[in-house]
Design a protein around this ligand. Structure first.
Ligand code: AMP
Ligand code: MG
Length: 351
C-alpha cells in the first residue's frame, strides 16, 4: 500500500472550498491484557450511546457511579428537558439565572473558545440550530431571510457570566451541545478516579476519554474511523488523554439532490460550515477544552485551525478533508499509525 507523508510549516494547507464526509472514533479493544478483566457497560445519555470499559477491583461500582454522574449532567445541560439549567437560562427572558459549577464551567470554556476562535464557536446559535431541525430531527432548509433574522440574536459576547450568574438578553438562547459531552467525559474520569480506578476508557459517541493506560501498562489504541467507509483510518496511541471528534457525518440530512446538510453551523451565515473539512479530532488533557475546540476548528477550516494550533498550543489535532487527505500536527504524529492509503501531511510549528 502506498503511503505518502509530507511535512509543511507555516504555509497555507492549500485547501479550497467544498465540504463533507464522516468519521467516528472507536476504541480498539484488541491487545488488552487478557488476565485483567474489564467491566463493560453501555447506556444512552446526552443523545448518544456511551460505553464504559473499566478495570480494577472496584470496577462495577465505579462504572455505576460514572453512569449516575453522566445522567446528572444530562439533566443540567439538556436543551429539551424543561427542568434543565440550560432551559431555565433559555426561558429567563433577560432575567439572571443562578447555575451549578458544572454549567458555569461549560459556559465559561465555551465563551473562551468563542473568543479564541474569532466567534467560530458560538453557544447562542441555538435558535439557528433549532430552525434547521437538528434538535428535533424534523429537518428543513430554512429560508435565508429567516436565518438572517435569527442571526440578529446570535452573539456569544452577549452572554454575561459573573460567578454562577448567567444572563442572556431577551430572545437569546444557548445550546451547550458543542462542549457538554467533553465536560461529561472529564467528570466521568474524575468519578472513576475517586472510586480508585486507574485504568479505564470512556466513549461518549465520538468523544473518547482515557484514564491511565491499559491494565498491562501500555497505551490505549484509539481508532479514528474513516469518513468515507466503515474502515478505520488510523490509530492514535494515548494515555490520560481526551480525543474528541467533530464530524459532518454525526447528524445530517440530505435534500432531494443528495446534497448534505450537517449539524455544525457557521455563525457567520447560519449555514452548515462548508470549507473542505470532513472531521476534526482534537487530542488534549481536558475533554471540555477538546470538545469546544473540535467544533470551533471544524468551522474555522484547515488553514485557520493550523494557525490557532500554532498560536495557542495546548492541543494536537487530526483533520480529514473531503478530498481524502489527513493533516496531523507534529505533536500527535509520533503516536499515529496510518491504516489508510490517504496522503498524510504533518503540520509543523514555525521556527
Ligand atoms: P460537536 O459535535 O461537539 O461538534 O457539536 C455540535 C453541536 O453543537 C451541534 O449539534 C449543535 O447543537 C451545536 N453547534 C453547531 N454549530 C455550532 C457552533 N458553531 N458553535 C457552537 N455550537 C454549535
Ligand atoms: Mg465539540
Amino acid at each position: 500500500m502506498k503511503r505518502k507523508i509530507r511535512k509543511i510549516r507555516g504555509a497555507s494547507l492549500g485547501l479550497s472550498g467544498l465540504l463533507l464526509p464522516l468519521l467516528m472514533l472507536t476504541a480498539c479493544e484488541n491487545g488488552l491484557d487478557s488476565t485483567a478483566s474489564a467491566y463493560q457497560t453501555g447506556f444512552i445519555s446526552m443523545d448518544t450511546y456511551i460505553s464504559l470499559t473499566v478495570y480494577g477491583g472496584n470496577r462495577e461500582e465505579a462504572a455505576k457511579e460514572c453512569q449516575k454522574e453522566i445522567k446528572r449532567l444530562e439533566g443540567l445541560f439538556s436543551v429539551t428537558d424543561p427542568d434543565s439549567e440550560v432551559t431555565k437560562i433559555n426561558e429567563a427572558r433577560g432575567k439572571t439565572v443562578t447555575v451549578s459549577e458544572d454549567t458555569k464551567a461549560v459556559i465559561a470554556r465555551a465563551l473562551t473558545t468563542g473568543e479564541e476562535s474569532g466567534g467560530a464557536l458560538d453557544i447562542t446559535l441555538r435558535p439557528v440550530v433549532a430552525e434547521w431541525g437538528f434538535t428535533t430531527g424534523e429537518y428543513k432548509i430554512p429560508d435565508s431571510d429567516v436565518l438572517e433574522r435569527l442571526l440578529e440574536k446570535v452573539d456569544y459576547r452577549s452572554v454575561s457570566l459573573e460567578g454562577n450568574s448567567v444572563t442572556l438578553p431577551d430572545g437569546f438562547q444557548i445550546d451547550l451541545g458543542s462542549a457538554a459531552k467533553g465536560y461529561a467525559g472529564d467528570r466521568a474520569v474524575e468519578t472513576l478516579k475517586a472510586c480508585g480506578v486507574t485504568s479505564a476508557l470512556v466513549n461518549l459517541g465520538g468523544n473518547v476519554q482515557t484514564l491511565g493506560g491499559k491494565p498491562d501498562g501500555s497505551d490505549w489504541s484509539v481508532a479514528v474511523r474513516s469518513p468515507f467507509d466503515e474502515s478505520n483510518l488510523c490509530v492514535l496511541k494515548v494515555r490520560d488523554k481526551a480525543l474528541v471528534t467533530s464530524g459532518n457525518y454525526e447528524r445530517y440530512f440530505e435534500d432531494e439532490n443528495g446534497k448534505r446538510y450537517h449539524h455544525i453551523i457557521d455563525p457567520a451565515d447560519g449555514y452548515p460550515a462548508d470549507n473542505g473539512i470532513s472531521s476534526v479530532t482534537v487530542i488534549g488533557e481536558s475533554g471540555l477544552e477538546c470538545d469546544a475546540l473540535s467544533t470551533a476548528l471544524f468551522v474555522m477550516g484547515a488553514d485557520r485551525a493550523a494557525e490557532l494550533w500554532r498560536e495557542r498550543g495546548g492541543f494536537e489535532m487530526l483533520l480529514v478533508t473531503d478530498d481524502k487527505r489527513i493533516f496531523i500536527t507534529e505533536g500527535a504524529f509520533g503516536s499515529f499509525s496510518n491504516l489508510s492509503d490517504m496522503e498524510v501531511t504533518v503540520i509543523e510549528r514555525r521556527n
